[in-house]
Design a protein. Sequence first.
Length: 305
Amino acid sequence: MNIAVIGLGVQGKKRKAFLGNSCTVTVDPISSMAKYKSIEQVPQNSFDAAFVCTPDSVKLKIIEYLIKNRKHVLCEKPLSFTKSTDFDDFEAKANQNQVLLYTAYNHNFEQSVNDAKKLIDKKFLGEIYQVRIFYGNGTARVVSNSSWRDSGLGVISDLGSHCISMIKYWFPDLEFSLKLGSYDSFETISPDSSILISTNTSPRIFIDVTLCSWKNTFRAEITGENGVINIHGLNKWGESKLIIQKRILPSGIPSEDISVYKAGDKTWQLEHDHFLYSVKHKLPTNLALDKFIFNTLNSISLGKA
């Protein structure tokens, strides 16, 4: 499949390097590395699919053009439209034109995240009480130097969307909303640190995201009546661990089973393979997750912290 990379910012450059010879077209209105300034300039027969790695403000127009011209689309997260019903409209248009519109949430392809899901599906934890996720990196200064990134909900949308996607991957049927526990703008105009808490939800959800964690850190803790599942780290940063703790009753130090995953990010390849598989087997576009994330984030008002 010949793929166009639209937008040669941080993610676009990574996608281009990863795709190798599969990337036959590059588009960016500013970058000298790009062959074309706009997607409308690109000959239709030169690509079959596009990876959209642009600011949110121009995504809708580009995706609409691609679907109209029957091109498959992988879009960097989050998929943000103007209103909730746009997701229904774009899903219908994509399926009508028999193309796939897919949003990349590569962390769901981490082996530790997948192994945690297997344990959840097997009911290893019994009743699940709470899910806590901390996701931090140190990119506050990078974001502050980018006007389009330093806007809106900031880190809440950037890293928070990953966390929401992961929770929905673990618990597909779980419906929840989030309230703003706190937010700060230490080095940016938009929030660069925030705590989100679910409302009237079992399990209870706590999400802590920040761009002011000078050592990149990811932790997830899923606690149930029979024990705890812990995830430490993401493989893009180095070694990661899955720690399974089995509860001792009535109390005591739990037994532990630790799985260690070697450094090396395989998630992009796995997600790329998933995208190609979905296209090959003509799987329909389903934007239910994207709509849920949009509605969840859209309900958060910075005035209510």
